[in-house]
Design a protein around this ligand. Structure first.
Ligand code: ZN
Length: 133
């Protein structure tokens, strides 16, 4: 399993990690299989969405913040319930097929690490499963 570290710079942000995952797939030498990207945090997440127009990213962040405000009648004493809820809604993992050594992503798709309680140092794990073994 590959472990990647990244530094986030805002309370909420989406960071395109497609390039580093493509490199990991290449390094693995796996031609056909699946790539699991997993985030081991309760206030962060991972998702696949458009990476061509950055306004999509801004709209996702803005709508999530509107639906799940920072301050509400939460009971969690740490004061970051909004980040926990956003994390659960978006999810902790994505699975992408690998075909002929390449990630199978649509033309406009990218993989995003989602920070909801930054800035922090974060990790994500990448597990490559070879379907020919
Ligand atoms: Zn908390």
């Amino acid at each position: 399993m590959y472990i990647e570290t990244l530094r986030t710079h805002s309370k909420i942000e989406m960071i395109d990690i497609t390039g580093s995952i493509r490199q990991i797939v290449k390094k693995s030498g796996v031609k056909n299989g699946i790539c699991l990207v997993y985030v081991p945090h309760t206030t962060a997440a991972v998702t696949i969405n458009e990476n061509a127009d950055s306004s999509v990213k801004r709209d996702i962040i803005s709508k999530l913040s509107q639906l799940i405000p920072e301050g509400d009648n939460y009971t969690h004493i740490e004061g970051n319930s909004d980040a926990h809820i956003k994390s659960s809604i978006i999810g902790a993992s994505v699975v992408i097929p690998i075909d002929s050594g390449n990630l199978v992503l649509g033309t406009w798709q990218g993989i995003f690490f989602c920070e909801f309680d930054g800035p922090r140092t974060r990790k994500f794990f990448v597990q490559i499963v070879d379907s020919q073994k």
